[in-house]
Design a protein around this ligand. Structure first.
Ligand SMILES: [Zn+2]
Length: 236
């Protein structure tokens, strides 16, 4: 009986090693866990922000006076030329949307632990421009947002926030037209459903914050709305 158990374990171990030979996207050493993409050493080198655990963190401060944010968090700091830039490149341009899901599960676990995001009702991904989505084949923020929602036990909705296709064409038409284009870059569906809801918008990276600011515009007409942000990387 014991021998059978031992042989069974050995068989599973060997078939696991046979089928699982993923290498770390940073150092190319063997990855210890399936779907982790990075080895433990490289994972320990990620500059984590710990934003999930405290209010008035750098991300929340960066939106002060621009967006009336309920709460905001980022998993890591963006660093040019570093590991984080490499990670974001893999997610966006190297067909690795599941890497975004991995970080969604990681950040989701942090957010659950911190209890600062308990009142979130819905998680919405920041939509990509349809043309960009067609070229890439996926929206990385949707992968990230869905993993966040699944980890936190929240509702994920991919059909409420939209990016308008024609807004961008206004950008060369002077200041007023440009302002109009920015304000109308995004639109929402089902306003009534969003009344008194706490919506968390998931995005891959926050740099100037202008995109998220613009994405928030259509929500301000909704009565009792609360907005929060979560992203993989943040540029302080
Ligand atoms: Zn590594």
């Amino acid at each position: 009986m014991l021998i059978n158990k031992y042989l069974r374990q050995l068989f599973f171990k060997e078939s696991f090693e046979l089928f699982f030979s993923e290498t770390c996207l940073n150092c190319h050493n063997r990855v210890e866990e399936p779907n982790f993409f990075l080895c433990y050493i490289c994972m320990s080198e990620i500059p984590l922000t710990h934003h999930s655990f405290y209010t008035d963190n750098l991300l929340e401060i960066s939106f002060k006076g621009r967006v009336n944010l309920f709460s905001g968090t980022s998993l890591m700091y963006f660093e040019k030329g570093g590991l984080v830039q490499k990670i974001l490149f893999e997610i966006k341009y190297n067909q690795k949307p599941l890497l975004a899901s991995f970080f969604g599960r990681w950040l989701g676990a942090q957010m659950l632990e911190s209890r600062r995001f308990e009142s979130v009702d819905l998680i919405l991904p920041l939509p990509l421009h349809p043309e960009k989505k067609r070229q890439r084949g996926y929206n990385q923020s949707a992968y990230f947002g869905r993993a966040l929602a699944e980890t936190m036990g929240k509702e994920f909705r991919n059909d409420l926030l939209f990016r308008n296709t024609n807004a961008g064409s206004q950008t060369k038409k002077g200041r007023t037209a440009r302002m109009y284009a920015i304000e109308n870059e995004y639109s929402i569906k089902d306003e009534h459903f969003l009344i008194n809801r706490h919506v968390l918008i998931a995005d891959d990276v926050i740099t100037s914050g202008a995109t998220l600011e613009s994405a928030c515009t259509p929500f301000w007409n909704v009565q009792g709305i609360r907005l929060s942000f979560a992203c993989i990387a943040f540029t302080p």
